[in-house]
Ligand binder design. Structure first.
Ligand code: FAD
Length: 395
């Protein structure tokens, strides 16, 4: 027996839940499949359990892709304001934390519950713990071999996400489907992920584990992020580092400005006039965390002297070391802790209006499986909502 539907969506994450709900509410008979035992597992974990569901400043420039124009249409047709509207209609209280990042006041569970209610309103059939063993295409649609059952639909939507956090059900399933149907998949790598450091530096910086400083980080391609940097026992993390990691290639250096607001040279000149006998170390501890100053002194970046003993060459070297500290990461922590996967299904083979594969009628890719990745701060969920909505309009 083959169960028949209009649409089958594979992956009950952010994009799949929203797309299934929208299509169902348009009167389509929708089957939503996930191999996990819960829907929206990443949503539940997101934003420290409060789900950073969108960003007030979401716009195409906040997304990485081999084809930067691709995301424009969907983001313009279903915006952050549309999603905020939906959140408000479900009476979910929210707040802006920082930099336009919107979080639930209470819990990410509210977002999952909202999406499940929307699916109910669309009479979506949700099957959890359901493995897709094979997909075949005939003239009118797609037949799926599930564990113990067959399902058929005219349209098939792949919303199985990327590779980050295998513990939350991430799998290369979507990439394999793309390849099965002759679509190109760009190599993937971990994004929004902490950096690890090479041995001597790692050991020298480990005493700083837990120290956070405001910073400006610059990648070799010139990309700049001004946010907090966090030292960890494995290397470097914090929002500035996660953001920059998406723009970093193995072997490259990053440049860290540890005093992004105060000019070190001018600060030391002022301080010298007022307290010539003060130690350089204590002076810098007015600007930077004391543990950081002590550690940089051990690394030889800060001379052991008073302000009046510091000569102009030393002062310039110090200012440059603190404003332009060059660090070469060893690598990243990888998919285990990454928030997002860079690369994925090549967008040049998809319609930016509907997400349908140009040469494979009835096959759609939405969300993170597509080669579109956002910054940290709610941008990735907004892509999931926007691409899902655009797709649903065409189903
Ligand atoms: P997912 O939400 O990953 O959903 C994919 C679904 O497909 C999963 O349910 C999975 O079980 C299912 N699946 C996979 N393989 C198969 C298969 N073979 N068969 C059936 N089903 C399958 N982004 C933000 O914007 N804000 C945040 O606050 C935020 N926090 C995050 C926190 C963490 C810890 C992580 C890991 C990510 C976070 N992200 C955040 C990124 C965001 O979660 C993803 O970009 C987003 O979930 C992608 O949506 P998606 O629907 O494409 O994929």
């Amino acid at each position: 027996v083959v169960e028949k539907f209009d649409v089958i969506v594979i992956g009950a994450g952010a994009a799949g839940l929203f797309c299934a709900a929208q299509a169902g509410q348009k009167g389509r008979r929708v089957l939503l499949i996930d191999n996990g035992k819960k829907a929206g597992r990443k949503i539940l974990m997101s934003g420290g359990g409060r789900c950073n569901f969108t960003n007030l400043y979401a716009e195409p420039s906040a997304y990485l892709s081999h084809n930067p124009h691709f995301c424009k249409s969907a983001l313009a047709r279903y915006t952050q304001w549309d999603f905020i509207d939906l959140i408000n209609r479900h009476a979910i209280a929210w707040h802006e934390k920082t930099l336009g990042q919107l979080f639930c006041d209470d819990s990410a569970q509210q977002v999952v519950d909202m999406l499940l209610k929307e699916c109910e309103a669309g009479q979506v059939t949700l099957r959890l713990r359901s493995e897709v063993l094979a997909i075949t295409r005939d003239a009118d649609g797609y037949t799926l071999e599930l564990n113990g059952a067959l399902a058929w639909a005219e349209k098939l939507v792949i919303a199985s996400g990327g590779l980050s956090m295998p513990g939350l059900g991430a799998s290369p399933f979507g990439y394999r489907v793309a390849e099965q149907f002759g679509l190109k998949v760009f190599p993937t790598r971990a994004g929004l992920v902490p950096f690890t450091l090479h041995k001597p530096l790692l050991e020298q910086l480990q005493v700083l584990s837990g120290v956070s400083v405001p910073s400006t980080l610059t990648a070799e391609d010139g990309t700049v992020f001004k946010e907090a940097l966090l030292f960890t026992h494995r290397g470097l993390s914090g929002p500035a580092v996660l953001q920059l990691s998406s723009y970093w290639q193995p072997g490259e250096f990053i440049t860290v400005n540890l005093s992004p607001v105060q000019d070190i040279d001018a600060f030391l000149n002022d301080e010298r006039r007022a307290h010539p006998n003060q130690s350089l170390k204590n002076t810098l501890a007015k600007l930077l965390p004391k543990r950081l100053v002590e550690c940089l002194q051990l690394l030889g970046m800060i001379p052991e002297c008073t302000l009046k003993q510091l000569n102009s060459r030393q002062q310039l070297e110090l200012a440059s070391a603190l404003h332009q500290w060059r660090v070469q990461p060893n690598g990243t922590e990888g998919y285990r802790t990454a928030e997002v996967t860079l690369g994925g299904v090549d967008t040049r083979q998809l319609s930016s209006k509907t997400m349908e594969a140009r040469d494979v009628p009835g096959l759609y890719f939405i969300g993170e499986v597509v080669d579109v990745s956002g910054w940290l701060g709610g941008y990735n969920f907004q892509w999931a909502w926007s691409s899902a909505w655009a797709c649903a309009q065409a189903l």
